[in-house]
Design a protein around this ligand. Structure first.
Ligand code: UD1
Length: 315
């Protein structure tokens, strides 16, 4: 049994990591400010130690890493539009907070820190699929902040010999993803619209594509990154290696729900990336990773969860 600190553990991806770690019998401590995370996401997971605190507070980070073997650093303000509106606040969470965690984890003798990177680092470069050694081109403060923090991670490995791994996420979806804002992940928004019998919105012509990754696959990749010997100091994509357009995604979701709701098309979002698809060869080679759950199965599980949530809220 090992001990894991999950920052942002009350959030969508963090709560899935915590759940799987507990299922495997590990000790889990969560550090979460509860700004976007919710206690509700942890309620069903027995034995998680919870600490409320902000990663932008170095003392909170130091208290949280005490006695931990691994840190899974997920805490962030994970929104492109929010970062465009208020870059200072998201900088504080995404860069200052990450640097604090790195310093605290290094000083506490943590074995390895695995960082939640983002495919947004690639920006709108035309080459597909995206390989980790391609040039980056961040298009938003959020993308830049995620990239700076991953470079901090690599620097901590080179400069101080502190082991870090960055996993670049690609459009992660699944149960517990919050559909509460117009800037939520598109699958959570499509799901709530279809279940409520509303027409979903598509920004642009709907032919933009994404490598939508079911959260179980991400959890598997991140947990492999804690232990894979050759991963230290590396940046690694974890996704499916495929891509699907929003029009096609909506068609599949309509079919799964049993609806036929046509989208309302609106102007494309400023700063929107056209196509995104991961090359996952490095994850396969270094982590022994392969996607376990297909897009279709992930969508079915997500829609089943949303249906339950939706029914519970109506009661
Ligand atoms: C981007 C980043 C991702 C990051 C996330 C954080 C890329 C490739 N991905 O995701 O790494 O973690 O921001 O916010 O840069 N859309 C609709 N209708 C809706 C909502 C969205 O058509 O109701 C469209 C968007 O315009 C976009 C696509 O769906 O084209 C996906 O949007 P979203 O789920 O918000 O994720 P990204 O912006 O791709």
């Amino acid at each position: 049994m090992a001990s894991y600190l999950v920052t942002g553990g009350a959030g969508f991806i963090g709560s899935h990591l915590s759940e799987e770690l507990r299922r495997r019998g590990h000790a889990v401590r969560v550090l979460d400010s509860l700004v976007t995370g919710k206690m509700r996401n942890l309620e069903h997971i027995p034995g998680v130690e919870f600490m409320q605190g902000d990663v932008a507070d170095l003392d909170a980070c130091r208290r949280a890493v005490e006695g931990m073997d691994y840190v899974l650093h997920q805490a962030a303000i994970p929104s492109v539009p929010k970062s465009v509106k208020d870059p200072v606040t998201s900088n504080r969470a995404n860069i200052d907070g990450s640097l604090n965690m790195l310093v605290a984890a290094r000083d506490a003798g943590v074995k390895r820190l695995v960082y939640a990177g983002s495919s947004s680092a690639y920006g709108d470069t035309p080459t597909l699929p995206k390989r980790e050694d391609m040039p980056t081109r961040p298009l938003s403060p959020y993308a830049l902040q995620k990239l700076v923090a991953e470079q901090y991670c690599q620097m901590f490995t080179d400069l101080y010999g502190f082991e870090t791994v960055t996993i670049r996420y690609f459009n992660v979806f699944g149960p517990r993803q919050d559909p509460g804002s117009p800037y939520s992940g598109v699958i959570s928004l499509f799901a709530t619209a279809l279940l409520a019998g509303r027409r979903p919105t598509i920004y642009g012509d709907g032919e933009q594509t994404r490598d939508f990754t079911y959260v179980v696959n991400v959890v598997d990749g991140v947990l492999r990154a804690c232990e894979a010997p050759a991963a230290a100091g590396h940046v690694i994509n974890v996704a499916t290696g495929g891509r699907i357009s929003l029009n096609e995604l909506l068609r599949v979701m309509n079919e799964t729900v049993g609806t036929d709701l046509q989208p309302i098309y609106q102007d494309a979002r400023v700063g929107d990336v056209r196509d995104s698809q991961a090359d996952i060869a490095k994850a396969e080679g270094v982590l022994g990773y392969a996607p376990r759950v297909s897009l279709e199965d992930g969508l079915r599980a997500t829609l089943a969860w949303c249906r339950e949530e939706y029914t519970a809220q109506k009661v």
